[in-house]
Design a protein. Structure first.
Length: 374
């Protein structure tokens, strides 16, 4: 057991060796998320729940505190224990994902959530994603004398259960995120460009065929069709409001509390937080947020460049890919660059599952970028 002195020493060493730039960036992004959560949800809670107007904010704050504890925990583990625990948690989180079709809560035609006593309305895929990256990196960096294409095949088989379970929900957005993360790891591990492009093309065509020919995915097909032809249906109504909100905010916004978009949709504080921010604070703030994300990615890739071990490189690149791609998809949906996917903005969006997932990813990144003792 730790006594107070040894615990203090342990975390003094932890603080001394973590990358403080990355850590402070993560805290700053979480802080921005809290501020914008307060600005975008307090009046919603007051009107819809007829309760404390800070209901969502307090809930968001509690999840951020939990997320920081999780972040510190994962970043303070030894590398050996981090990988052992992550592989174990990958299979545990996969079991939770398997329970979704059986015990999950259905919302708007999709069954993606589990109601757990201590984590109500929890989305298991947010747990699966970070540990999937470590599992894939472990396979691809294995030093056993096997052919590299065999490793690619095994790593592909490893994402099949997750992808199949996600498509059953259905959740094509998260399926694409898992697939793109796998593709990224395979690409940087040295696959032939011709093989890579061929497989990517076949996979993309297969996905298009599935979406347009299986009735379970009709709602996705309608979203895609209405994306290309907004007048054909109502699936782009929220996106239209989002774009209008961004346009009406201009460069410097209407001012805090002056926006109207947060009253017009049910996902403004999650999937469309960017639009709410832009309407009240202006496009300038959105540009600054994107710069923060780019700086975060740069700080991680700078560490990747200095790292010699393939497994660490793969985990870091895979982790930052998850964050980057999810952020790009979220922003793209808000400006009508992509069809709606139901994907949150990492760090900033309201939502316990998203906060816990990105906290685990951040903890893994901090663990693998900290100074090591020889």
């Amino acid at each position: 057991m730790f006594n107070n002195n040894s615990l203090y020493k342990f975390y003094y060493i932890w603080w001394k060796n973590i990358d403080k730039t990355i850590f402070l960036l993560v805290l700053f992004l979480f802080g921005l998320g809290l501020f914008f959560s307060l600005a975008s949800t307090s009046l919603i809670a007051s009107d819809k729940l007829e309760t404390n107007s800070y209901f969502f904010f307090y809930k968001h704050l509690a999840y951020v505190f939990l997320g920081i504890i999780i972040l510190i925990f994962f970043s303070s583990l030894s590398e050996k224990n981090l990988f052992k625990l992550s592989i174990f948690l990958f299979f545990i989180s996969l079991i939770f994902l398997m329970l979704v079709p059986i015990l999950g809560t259905e919302v708007k035609g999709a069954k993606r959530w589990l109601d757990i006593i201590f984590l109500p309305r929890f989305q298991p895929i947010e747990l699966v994603k970070p540990f999937t990256i470590i599992f894939l990196a472990t396979i691809l960096s294995s030093e056993k004398n096997v052919h590299i294409y065999y490793k690619y095949f095994i790593s592909f088989i490893a994402i099949v259960p997750t992808s199949a379970l996600l498509m059953m929900q259905p959740d094509i957005g998260q399926t694409l995120l898992i697939f793109l993360s796998w593709i990224t790891l395979v690409f940087i591990s040295g696959i032939s460009l011709m093989v890579f492009l061929s497989f990517f093309s076949i996979s993309l065509l297969s996905l298009i065929y599935i979406v347009f020919n299986i009735s379970k995915f009709d709602y996705i097909k309608k979203r895609i069709l209405s994306f290309f032809n907004p007048e054909s249906g109502t699936h782009n109504a929220q996106v239209t409001k989002s774009v209008d909100g961004i346009s009406s905010g201009g460069f410097f916004g209407k001012g805090i509390g002056e926006g109207t978009l947060k009253y017009k949709g049910s996902e403004t504080h999650t999937d469309f937080i960017i639009s709410v921010i832009s309407e009240e604070f202006g496009v300038v703030i959105i540009i600054l947020i994107l710069i923060m994300f780019l700086f975060f990615i740069y700080a991680v890739f700078k560490k990747v460049y200095l790292e010699d071990r393939e497994k660490i490189k793969l985990v870091l690149v895979g982790s930052i890919t998850l964050i980057l791609v999810q952020a790009l998809i979220n922003v793209g949906v808000n400006i009508r660059l992509f069809p709606t996917t139901g994907m949150t903005l990492p760090f900033l969006s309201y939502g316990g599952s998203s906060i816990i997932g990105v906290s685990i990813l951040s903890g893994i990144i901090l663990n693998l970028t900290k100074k090591k003792f020889n």
